[in-house]
Design a protein around this ligand. Structure first.
Ligand code: C2E
Ligand code: CA
Ligand code: CA
Ligand code: CA
Length: 277
C-alpha cells in the first residue's frame, strides 16, 4: 500500500510541476497579459523642426512581463490584431495616457499625445466612446489627443472614414501613420478627413548625410504638401536629416536625434526641461 501511495504522490507532484512549467501558447500568454493589465506606455517626443520645441509625444505600447522585461510592440501587436485582443490593449493605452499625463496635459494645453489605432479600432469606432469616457473628469481636451491610423489592413474603408469623421467632430486630430508605405495613394487619402501625415522612417532613412537622397522621399513630401496637411517625419536620427526636412518645410520630427521613447516620468521631466511650446 505504501509504495502505491508514494507513487501516486510522486505522480501528482510531477503533474503539478509539469503543468506549471509547460510553455503556454503565445495567444494564451497574451490573453493573460491583457487580463492582468501588463501593458504600459512609453512616450516619444515630437518636436517642431523650425524651433526645436516639443509639441507632444507618441504613445508607444510595451508589454511588461512579470519579470520586469519589456516586450516590443512589433512582437505582439500582430497576434493581438489577429486575435481581437488589440481592442483591450488600445483601451489600456488610453487609460495609461490619462493616468500618466493628466497633470502635464492640463498644465500645457499646447501638448498633444498621439495614440496608435489598429485597423479594427478604426473600423468599429468602438474606441471613440472609450476615449470620451476616459477624458471625462480629467482636464484633458479632446484636441490634445491625436489618433494615428494606418491604411494598412482596412477591410471597410467606408466605416473607417466615418470613424475618422466622428473623431474630428469630437475634437481629435487624425494622422495617417506610415505614410508612403504601400497602401497610401493620393486618391485614397483625398476622401479621408485628416490633419497630419506621418512619413514613414524608411523614407527618412534614405536621406543621406550629404543630402543626396533617394528620388522617392521628395515626392512623398510633395504629396503630403499637396494635401495641405501637417507633416511629421518619423525616425529622424541625424542632424543632416533634420536639416533636409527643415529645408523642405516639413513641420515636425520624431526620432532618436531628439529623444527615444521613454517612461512617463522621464517624459514629464523632459517637458519641464524643454519648456513646451
Ligand atoms: P510606428 O507607429 O511607426 O512607431 C514608430 C516606431 O519607430 C517606434 O517603435 C519607435 O520607437 C521607433 N522609432 C522612433 N524614432 C526612431 C529612430 O530615430 N530610430 C529608430 N531606429 N527607431 C525609431 P516601437 O515603439 O517599437 O513601435 C513599433 C510599432 O508598433 C509602431 O510603429 C506601431 O505600428 C506599433 N505600435 C506601438 N504602440 C502601439 C499601440 O499602442 N497600438 C498599436 N495598435 N500599435 C502600436
Ligand atoms: Ca505611429
Ligand atoms: Ca509611424
Ligand atoms: Ca513606421
Amino acid at each position: 500500500l505504501l509504495p502505491l501511495g508514494a507513487f501516486i504522490a510522486a505522480f501528482a507532484i510531477g503533474l503539478v510541476v509539469w503543468l506549471s512549467r509547460r510553455r503556454l501558447s503565445p495567444l494564451r500568454e497574451l490573453q493573460i497579459a491583457v487580463r492582468k493589465r501588463e501593458f504600459i506606455v512609453h512616450y516619444q517626443p515630437i518636436v517642431e523642426l523650425r524651433t526645436g520645441r516639443c509639441i507632444g509625444a507618441e504613445a508607444l505600447v510595451r508589454w511588461r512581463r512579470p519579470d520586469g522585461s519589456l516586450v516590443r510592440p512589433d512582437l505582439f501587436i500582430p497576434l493581438a490584431e489577429e486575435s481581437g485582443l488589440i481592442a483591450a490593449i488600445t483601451d489600456q493605452v488610453v487609460a495609461h495616457v490619462v493616468l500618466d499625463l493628466n497633470r502635464l496635459l492640463v498644465a500645457n494645453r499646447s501638448l498633444h499625445i498621439a495614440v496608435n489605432l489598429s485597423p479594427a479600432d478604426v473600423e468599429t469606432a468602438r474606441i471613440l466612446p472609450v476615449i470620451e469616457k476616459a477624458l471625462q473628469h480629467t482636464g484633458i481636451r479632446p484636441r490634445q489627443i491625436w489618433l494615428e491610423a494606418t491604411e494598412r489592413g482596412f477591410v471597410n474603408i467606408d466605416s473607417a472614414r466615418s470613424t475618422l469623421i466622428r473623431a474630428r467632430e469630437l475634437g481629435h486630430a487624425v494622422a495617417i501613420d506610415d505614410f508612403g508605405t504601400g497602401y497610401s495613394s493620393l486618391s485614397h487619402l483625398e476622401g479621408l478627413p485628416l490633419d497630419a501625415l506621418k512619413i514613414d522612417k524608411s523614407f527618412i532613412d534614405t536621406i543621406a548625410t550629404n543630402s543626396a537622397t533617394s528620388s522617392v522621399t521628395p515626392h512623398i513630401i510633395d504629396m503630403a504638401k499637396t494635401l495641405k496637411l501637417k507633416i511629421v517625419a518619423e525616425g529622424v536620427e541625424t542632424q543632416a536629416q533634420a536639416d533636409y526636412l527643415l529645408e523642405r518645410d516639413v513641420d515636425y520630427g520624431q526620432g532618436w536625434l531628439f529623444a527615444k521613447p521613454m517612461p512617463a516620468a522621464e517624459f514629464i521631466a523632459y517637458c519641464r526641461r524643454m519648456k513646451p511650446s
